[in-house]
Design a protein around this ligand. Structure first.
Ligand SMILES: Cc1ncc(COP(=O)(O)O)c(C=O)c1O
Length: 388
């Protein structure tokens, strides 16, 4: 179910808007980080910055996750220690064997390790642009240039084009990368398209499907690609605890793939995930209530803000994630600078979509600050840009 909010909801305060949906405020679930002890209070303006630039979860780990991590301090001086069976729990979560799991300090590391494992002999990676660039930068770093293909005019990924390009370059291609849903557009690749891709490229080419934003998707045409691994296909699915579970600064991510692919990747992986993070991850997988709250609240605030901008005449790409892209009609870099002057950080450049701004979903008050800033930067709505 999509939560459609009107401007009236925001005018009445985002807290009231959440209440209308039966969602409790963050503080009710303990989803608010405690202030730092006085001696540790930061002297730079970091805490005051409205951070809507990196698709983080603004609430941080849940109370249950914090309790689990706090109880793990006693392992901080040990090498071998009980780790809550995190690998077993991740494997069970997906109905696969532990041999199908590689754990890393963030899924960015899993992407890097995949690049080193599958592009190591100067093979190329095929995917779209714009998308999440880590795999492409690994490829460039080892002289295995990416083949980046444009999105279709409706911002979807052109799967037939990816198939053709992969086949044409078969000898050189080491991996295909699909970010689903895509960052920065927030648009999903339907499951039928994923199957079409897998059925039509040579079966020995690994396909990396990056599901960092999986937990926010509501579109019934989308499905996780994990079942393709169970079918025995050369698929690597990556997931992260940085988004839905609020652990971006703690670093935990993982990959799911056939055991042979995991073994190839492990050679390049440090596997350095610390004791606290492992225990935080175990609690995160079990804390369904907080997960549902973060998802529902994020989606409600996303749709409210997007609808507000649409009401003002702006095109907002329908998003299935914890961010959205809005057409600014002028260089997004200018709009970003104007927001930065108001102490709000938004997006970055995503060539070739240089007149679109990516906005991550923050808390209620952060989204109110964003919309107030938008009003000042675009006082006359979309017409003021003259680009429509
Ligand atoms: C699509 C995508 N994949 C992977 C990552 C990496 O996340 P992390 O390394 O924090 O797990 C991000 C982070 O923004 C992302 O957007």
């Amino acid at each position: 179910m999509k939560n459609r909010f009107s401007r009236r909801h925001f005018m009445g305060g985002a807290a009231a808007a959440l209440g209308a949906l039966g969602l409790r405020p963050a503080s009710a679930l303990g989803l608010r980080l405690p202030p730092p002890p006085p001696g540790l209070a930061p002297v730079d303006p970091y805490d005051d910055l409205v951070k809507l630039a990196s698709n983080e979860n603004p609430y941080g780990p849940s109370e249950k996750m914090m309790a689990s991590m706090n109880a793990a301090w006693k392992y901080s001086n040990r090498y071998g220690y009980p780790d809550g069976d995190i690998r077993e729990k991740i494997a069970a979560h997906h109905g696969v064997d532990t041999r199908n799991i590689i754990m890393n300090a963030g899924s960015g590391e899993t992407l890097r390790v995949a690049g080193l494992a599958f592009l190591g002999h100067n093979e190329k990676v095929v995917g779209v642009e714009p998308t999440f660039m880590t795999v492409y930068s690994v490829a460039s770093g080892i002289d295995a240039d990416p083949i980046m293909r444009p999105l279709l005019p409706d911002h979807t990924q052109d799967i037939d084009d990816l198939i053709q390009v992969t086949k044409r370059n078969y000898r050189d291609v080491g991996m295909v990368y699909v970010c689903n849903p895509n960052n920065p557009t927030g648009v999903v690749v339907p499951d039928s398209d994923i199957r079409h891709l897998l059925d039509n490229i040579p079966e020995d080419i690994p396909v990396l499907i990056d599901e960092a934003y999986h937990h926010f998707v509501q579109d019934p045409a989308y499905a996780t690609a994990v079942p393709y691994i169970q079918e025995g296909r050369k698929v690597l699915v990556t997931r992260t605890f940085s988004k839905i579970y609020g652990m971006a600064g703690l670093r935990l991510g993982y990959g799911i793939a056939p055991a042979e692919m995991i073994a190839e990747m492990r050679i390049h992986s440090t596997g350095s995930v610390n004791a606290l993070v492992k225990w935080g991850g175990v609690a995160a997988l079990e804390d369904n209530e907080s997960e549902a709250w973060v998802r529902d609240t994020t989606i409600a605030l996303r749709d409210a803000a997007a609808n507000e901008l649409r009401d003002q005449g702006f095109e907002v790409i329908p998003s299935e994630t914890n961010f959205f892209m809005v057409h600014t009609g002028r260089p997004a870099s200018e709009v970003r600078s104007a927001f930065r002057q108001r102490n709000i950080a938004v997006g970055r450049n995503f060539p070739p979509m240089l007149d679109y701004l990516r906005v991550s979903i923050g808390t209620e008050s952060e989204m109110e600050a964003f919309l107030a800033g938008w009003k000042e930067i675009f006082p006359n709505g979309m017409t003021a840009t003259g680009s429509r």
